[in-house]
Design a binder for this molecule. Structure first.
Ligand code: SAH
Length: 348
């Protein structure tokens, strides 16, 4: 019989205590296991020196640890960025990135294997969605990088492959696990989740009052243009996304970030900038300009430095906060999903 896969790393302390009781152990064993997995980054029971082998055996009867195996690690010697290609328990590959900043280490993690959103400039979506990642697998990307590099990660962006709000329950659980006081205890303020704009999930998240940063992948200032590069724009209108963002701000007091990838000749005109101004004016928001990363399968080109600077200037002149995202890992194929694709092509 095939083993039932219940991901042990996806369980919270309460559930682990219940599990311990079920297996005839004192509840504190559950807390111990949680701390080993989430605070100390244990890869398996063999690391858990104070947990009885008999208990481990009983847990593993109907639970698994969905560990990640780093199969390739690319290092940008210039800025210290490390891109990890990780193999999941079922032989899929996903990407995670470790970035070094002055204030510490930041991780960019994936939320799904592949993606079904279909954004035309993004490499992650080319093969479609294979499956969702579990909450534990999202955590494990962080723990694997910490183990591999011997560092502690203090910032997280959920901006790798996948649409986190298309895997919403797992994302919420991930957030609760990674911010748990008995676990890695990362502050919500140091977590950013990026979405292409699944309106009802933005509202659901707002109602949870998590203190995290919400980033919206806008990339166009009106629905018509947005539809040409993001299929999701056919379902959700910018007006409704904006209303959901206002609601998020009302519920959490957290300023929303709008991501805008500049694609030469597509969305980088002064008219686009002015439309964006009108859209965002009066909102407590921030615009992150990202020169688009060219993807081999597409013929998009990034806007030049001058165009990018002019776009930013127009926003600022009109009272909109904007930054140009610092390119990290330029030397290592860092655009979403490109490493995974080249690996899979070689594998064929
Ligand atoms: N699905 C989520 C999160 C993953 S993508 C979302 O859509 O937000 C993280 C960010 O990278 C998004 O803003 C996405 O639009 C952007 N992105 C994807 N491919 C890119 C590329 N080739 N160049 C620049 N940004 C890209």
């Amino acid at each position: 019989m095939e083993k039932i896969i219940t991901d042990l790393r996806s369980l919270n302390t309460t559930e682990l205590k219940e599990l311990a009781a079920e297996k005839g152990e004192k509840p504190f064993r559950g807390t111990q296991v949680f701390e080993w997995l989430h605070k100390k980054g244990a890869a398996g029971f063999e690391d858990m020196t104070n947990v009885p082998k008999s208990f481990a055996a009983k847990v593993l009867e109907d639970h698994s640890l969905l560990n990640m195996e780093p199969v390739r690690v690319l290092r940008d010697e210039e800025d210290g960025t490390c891109k990890f290609l990780m193999k999941t328990y079922d032989g899929n590959v996903i990407e995670s990135v470790l970035m070094k900043y002055e204030h510490g280490y930041s991780a960019c993690i994936s939320s799904q294997v592949g993606c079904r959103m279909g954004c035309s400039f993004c490499a992650s979506t080319i093969g479609g969605k294979v499956r969702d990642l579990s909450a534990g697998e999202m955590c494990e990307q962080i723990y694997t990088m910490q183990r591999h590099e011997g560092v502690r990660i203090s910032n997280i962006v959920v901006m790798g492959t996948g649409e986190p709000f298309d895997n919403f329950d797992a994302f919420v659980r991930f957030y609760e696990l990674i911010t748990d006081k008995d676990g890695l205890n990362i502050s919500g303020r140091n977590i950013t989740v990026s979405t292409c704009g699944i309106v009802e999930k933005i509202r659901e998240l707002a109602d949870r009052h998590f203190a995290l940063t919400l980033a919206i992948s806008l990339h166009a200032p009106d629905d018509e243009l947005r539809k040409t590069i993001m299929p999701v724009a056919n379902k959700y209108h910018i007006e409704d996304i904006m209303a959901a963002c206002d609601y998020f701000f009302k519920q959490t007091g957290r300023r929303v970030t709008f991501e805008y990838s500049l694609i030469a000749g597509v969305n980088d005109s002064p008219e686009c900038a002015m439309k964006l101004v009108r859209l965002i004016k009066g909102r407590n928001a921030h615009v992150n300009l990202i020169p688009v990363n060219p993807v081999k399968e597409r013929d998009y080109k990034r806007s030049g430095q001058e165009k990018t600077a002019a776009f930013k200037k127009l926003l600022e002149k009109n009272g909109i906060n904007a930054t140009i995202r610092r390119g990290m890992g330029k030397n290592i194929d860092a655009a979403c999903g490109q490493l995974r694709r080249s690996y899979m092509e070689e594998d064929k």
